[in-house]
Design a protein around this ligand. Structure first.
Ligand SMILES: Nc1ncnc2[nH]cnc12
Ligand SMILES: [Zn+2]
Length: 335
């Protein structure tokens, strides 16, 4: 009989919470660093990997910003994105929605057009080669000012045809969504979808702000929403999708053991939880590894596996006709 692990590998998957800079595998990072004559803080791949021990989000972010500092040219962004797309294509991921952090590159003098052109070309090539569809989400760094976010939005304006939505990431504590209220209003007026990291480390109040003040279309993480019954009802009532990241939660100590991961509970509560990898190069696994960790750790059953994959398709921003196509394929596999 087919195991759940085999079924998880085979099923069509969507990835809705993925930072392209978080897919930077150490081997590729060293190769691009050498190509660009940039020195890394760590002298070997092994030394760098050994540093991937995090006790919280900030520990990780410090290394994440260091890692991305070797990305200088359009080809670097292309190679990074294509390596990720090749990897997830081999895992039967059929649709990706990718964050990029323009401010993390602008601050180092890498122009907006250089970044987006490299990423966009790779997304286009993946669609041509494999029919893999994608959306691109420009994310604002919440530890920076709202003014900086507005400046970034100005730079993005010539590329709005390539950008589907905006997000909010980086250090959550002390940087509530309401800090970016006006910039998100401007983004919505431009027709962009809106999502925000909320309730990863931050309190339920930040999830409320993301929903009620910002008016998000989706919530990234959302774990701490479970602390507030009224908030759970609100998320359900609005039908909002939660982009949950199991291995990320474990690596960043949002949960102390995979057995304690709340995703099963989220499903039981009727929340639209999905499975995603966040920063797979740093957290020990891509999509199939995240599903495998849930199957082994939390004992999700076949019906729950189906629900998670279905939520991923329904919660994506892909065309309705595409959703129907993937849902039919999914149903056939689970019949
Ligand atoms: N998990 C995460 N939370 C907040 N910001 C991030 N940037 C990259 N990964 C992140
Ligand atoms: Zn994230």
């Amino acid at each position: 009989m087919e195991t759940l692990i085999e079924l998880a590998k085979k099923m069509p998957k969507t990835e809705l919470h993925l930072h392209i800079e978080g897919t930077f595998e150490p081997e590729q990072m060293f190769a691009i660093a050498q190509r660009n004559q940039v020195e890394l803080k760590y002298s070997t791949v092994e030394a760098l990997k050994a540093a991937y021990q995090f006790t919280n989000l900030q520990d990780f972010l410090d290394l994440y910003y260091q890692g991305m500092s070797v990305l200088l040219h359009e080809v670097d962004f292309y190679d990074l994105t294509m390596a990720y797309l090749e990897k997830v294509h081999s895992e039967n991921v059929v649709h990706v929605e990718i964050f990029f952090d323009p401010q993390g590159h602008l601050s180092r003098g890498v122009r907006f057009d250089v970044q987006i052109q490299g990423i966009y070309n790779a997304l286009q090539d993946a669609e041509t080669k494999w029919g893999m569809t994608s959306k691109l989400i420009m994310s604002f760094l919440r530890h920076l000012s709202e003014e900086s976010a507005f400046e970034t939005l100005e730079l993005a304006k010539p590329y709005l045809a390539w950008i589907d939505g905006v997000g909010l990431d980086s250090s959550e504590a002390g940087h509530p969504p309401e800090k970016f209220l006006r910039v998100f209003e401007a983004c919505k007026k431009l027709g962009l979808k809106v999502t925000a990291h909320a309730g990863e480390e931050g309190p339920p109040d930040y999830v409320w702000q993301a929903i009620e003040q910002i008016g998000v279309d989706r919530i990234d993480h959302g774990n701490r929403a479970l602390e507030d019954g009224k908030l759970i009802d609100e998320i359900k009532q609005r039908g909002l999708t939660l982009t949950v990241c199991p291995l990320s939660n474990l690596k960043l100590c949002v949960v102390s053991d995979m057995q304690d991961h709340p995703i099963k509970n989220m499903l039981t509560l009727g929340l639209n939880a999905t499975v995603n990898s966040d920063d797979p190069a740093y957290f020990g696994g891509y999509m199939n590894d995240n599903y495998a960790a849930l199957i082994h750790g939390t004992g999700i059953n076949k019906a729950e596996l189906f629900q998670l994959a279905k939520n991923g398709i329904n919660g994506s921003w892909m065309a309705e006709s595409k959703k129907a196509q993937h849902l039919t394929h999914l149903q056939t596999l689970f019949a």
